[in-house]
Design a protein. Structure first.
Length: 114
């Protein structure tokens, strides 16, 4: 199981409350090639995952609402630790999906091309 990353700016509601609202998320690397972002808007915050895709590109996915005003439920409202787990789960699912598509493509292109 992956270790939970610590970040004094993102771990608690109080710490996130001191961050400035901005258009881009506050990013934190949680694994090699995987970042967790906290977006702070005027009316609340949310969690975003972004894996590195290579050549300076990232793919982003919304994970859920931050527990800034509501208590975390582990599904739609996430605390920092739950957001990390959700980011890792999403990343693993995307990797499996991408590998499955590549295998399907390889099998498809290998048939009937004589």
């Amino acid at each position: 199981m992956a270790r939970t990353v610590r970040d004094a700016n993102l771990e608690s509601r109080a710490a996130r409350g001191r961050l400035k609202a901005k258009r881009k998320p506050h990013w934190r690397a949680i694994d090699r090639g995987l970042h967790l972002g906290y977006y702070k808007g005027a009316r609340g915050g949310g969690w975003v995952a972004r894996p590195y895709c290579g050549e300076g590109r990232y793919q982003e996915a919304a994970l859920g609402t931050a527990d800034d005003t509501l208590d975390a439920d582990g599904l739609a409202v996430l605390n920092f630790s739950q957001a990390q787990a959700a980011a890792r789960e999403w990343f693993q699912a995307e990797a499996k999906r991408a590998a499955g598509e590549a295998l399907e493509d390889e099998r498809f292109h290998g048939r009937g091309s004589s």
